[in-house]
Design a protein around this ligand. Structure first.
Ligand SMILES: C[S@@+](CC[C@H](N)C(=O)[O-])C[C@H]1O[C@@H](n2cnc3c(N)ncnc32)[C@H](O)[C@@H]1O
Length: 239
């Protein structure tokens, strides 16, 4: 049921995605940092989880002669990415498929890199997802998570929790307005209530991601700041 809420939301947003969040500079900085920290090299097999319109996958494909499998559970997002793949003649380097991040179906040790930007916070129960991700990574493989660094867990009636989330939302909404104009502001503003009430949005802090990855069996986890926006972090977990 909760998944349907998120799929509907992204179905509705898909056509505007590149013209709103896709225009926001700090979003591209997050994608660039995630791709750089992944250490992707020629020949790597990369899984992009929650690929959306393919903005992150395209950064990987530009950076190295790698092969990308991109998954998303929104048919509208996938349709837009598939159109880009076709237009750019990338069919032999990237495959876009329907899969749910919470139930990834790939063989053991399939990938050198798993990457996801602002996608994994949509999955409420993160522990089984991270265990599966570890098992489908090759030994030494890297999980790269670009995410919002804010803890939205806890009691919805707790005013301290609300204040913490509003601190983030204020910066997020102002940046969106400055860089993506009123349409981007409007999207981010609507999204705010979903974060506050955990309606398909379940952000945890970067420190919480680190603890979750270590518990899932990753051996080394580092956290990297995005200088331009203090609320975004990239977490790199090595299998
Ligand atoms: C904010 S967009 C991010 C897209 C892209 N990674 C980027 O950074 O531009 C989040 C994406 O995650 C997808 N998504 C959300 N929950 C998902 C799930 N459980 N399984 C697969 N994809 C999911 C949405 O459909 C959407 O395309």
């Amino acid at each position: 049921m909760k998944n349907h809420v998120t799929t509907r939301w992204f179905g509705d947003w898909a056509n505007e995605y590149d013209a709103t969040l896709g225009k926001v500079r700090r979003h591209h900085q997050l994608l660039d940092l995630a791709a750089r920290l992944s250490g992707v090299t020629d020949g790597d097999r990369v899984l992009d989880v929650g690929c959306g319109t393919g903005l992150l996958s395209l950064k990987f494909l530009k950076r190295a002669d790698c092969r990308v499998t991109a998954v998303d559970n929104s048919p509208d997002m996938r349709r837009l990415f598939q159109a880009k793949i076709d237009a750019l003649g990338l069919r032999d380097r990237v495959r876009c498929a329907r899969q749910d991040a919470a139930k990834l179906r790939f063989g053991k040790s399939s990938f050198d890199i798993i990457a996801a930007t602002v996608a994994l916070h949509h999955v409420e129960n993160k522990r089984p997802m991270l265990k599966t991700m570890r098992s489908i990574l090759k030994p030494g493989g890297r999980l790269v998570i670009g995410e919002v660094d804010v803890d939205t867990t806890g009691d919805h009636a707790d005013p301290k929790r609300l204040a913490r989330i509003l601190d983030f939302l204020k910066d997020e909404i102002v940046e969106a307005l400055k860089e993506g104009g009123v349409p981007a502001f409007s999207r981010m503003y609507d999204n705010g209530k979903k974060h506050i009430l955990n309606l398909g949005e379940y952000c945890v802090s970067a420190g919480q991601w680190r603890a979750l990855c270590l518990r899932a069996g990753f051996r080394r986890v580092t956290i990297h700041d995005l200088r331009a926006f203090r609320w975004f972090k990239v977490v790199v977990a090595v299998r």
